[in-house]
Ligand binder design. Sequence first.
Ligand SMILES: NC(=O)c1ccc[n+]([C@@H]2O[C@H](COP(=O)([O-])OP(=O)(O)OC[C@H]3O[C@@H](n4cnc5c(N)ncnc54)[C@H](O)[C@@H]3O)[C@@H](O)[C@H]2O)c1
Length: 409
Amino acid sequence: MVGYAFMGAAHSQAWRTVNRVFDLPARARMALICGRDAAKVADAAGRLGWDAYTTDWRELIASDDIDVVDVCTPGDSHAEIALAALAAGKHVLCEKPLANTISEARAMAAAAVTAQAAGVRSMCGFNYRRVPAVAMMRRLVADGRLGVIRHVRATYLQDWIVDPQFPLVWRLQRDRAGSGALGDIGAHIIDLTQYVTGRRITGVSAITETFVRERPLPAGSSGLAATVDGTGVTVDGLAAADANGSDGHRPATGPVTVDDAAVFVARLEGGVLATYEASRFATGRKNALRVEINGSLGTVAFDLERLNELEFYDATRPAAEQGFGRILVTEGEHPYMSAWWPPGHLIGYEHSFTHQARDFVEAVATGVDPAPSFVDGLQVQLVLDAVTRSAELGSSWTEVEPALATVAA
Ligand SMILES: NC(=O)c1ccc[n+]([C@@H]2O[C@H](COP(=O)([O-])OP(=O)(O)OC[C@H]3O[C@@H](n4cnc5c(N)ncnc54)[C@H](O)[C@@H]3O)[C@@H](O)[C@H]2O)c1
């Protein structure tokens, strides 16, 4: 694994758990973790359960007894690490968004397609696909329970940078993150809705905004590196509130080079009309992902804050009995749930990563290609790119090509 902060911890939890919960044809051994700071990565290795650590990711690539490389770094290093790993015959799990640019994502998708022929597997970490209720949502759509899909309505809202004094962490820098709310959280709802409906976004019209254009540089940080740790934000180990410095001097500031919010309308294949909103300025919304799908025979809705549930309206029921019902997605016959607890005993955020690890290990061990593939990751990247271009051109309608065609070309 490369990276040991937020996603590094979430993925480590999954690797620790996966073989204890699921009966799999192969066993994950947590061999080697990489970070740039020797003392911090040594501490992380012990805390997260890794056998050894290194400060150079190339050591993972060069190591003969490593089969899988798990990329949990910011987007600016995904392509370099993943391409080297695939070339060395390692299976690769790479966090989302797949890369920072279309050209990087295309190179990764092409390398993944080439590697497939040699039995080398790759997957992009869109973990919300692995929430049982989301997988169940897809099953309802695939089984025709919603009829003809007409609408998709998706929002992913956070509020962690509402304070203009919040420092200029890597997520607010285009060269490190690729884009802002759009690629960080918008990417999730793009992938999730394409996955659940089985339909590709074919065109978009977008607006984006950067509400706060200048922010303090993180104090005590040489490289502007910062981490979000799930409970709050730390800047190279300092609490965010300390980032202004304690000497009373105003800290230097720097420009925010990404979007704070992105809103777009879209068409999906098959005549579906969709709306998407991704924002880090939705005060009070901490990690609020909601998706609703309306079809001719019903509606299904998912809310991450109630992740064990689905709202379902079945319009085929007698008129007198119609109404929204709540499916508690904890039955053994629901996706992934038979491995966990008795019905009604709930699971949470971290389980999506365990399910991701489960599907990846099974795919590698049984010699099939896991999903979402790097080509699926490129498909999301093409939407991100179209949204950015549309917003730059006054919301002009912007088509999105099929990813596979662009890899072949
Ligand atoms: N699936 C999800 O829900 C989800 C959630 C958060 C982040 N992410 C994605 O995960 C990735 C990492 O995000 P994060 O929140 O964990 O970031 P983070 O800042 O918390 O952690 C990044 C880690 O990468 C390390 N790192 C950076 N460059 C490195 C290099 N060249 N070599 C070795 N280590 C390096 C840092 O030291 C740190 O340990 C991003 O692509 C992000 O979009 C996904």
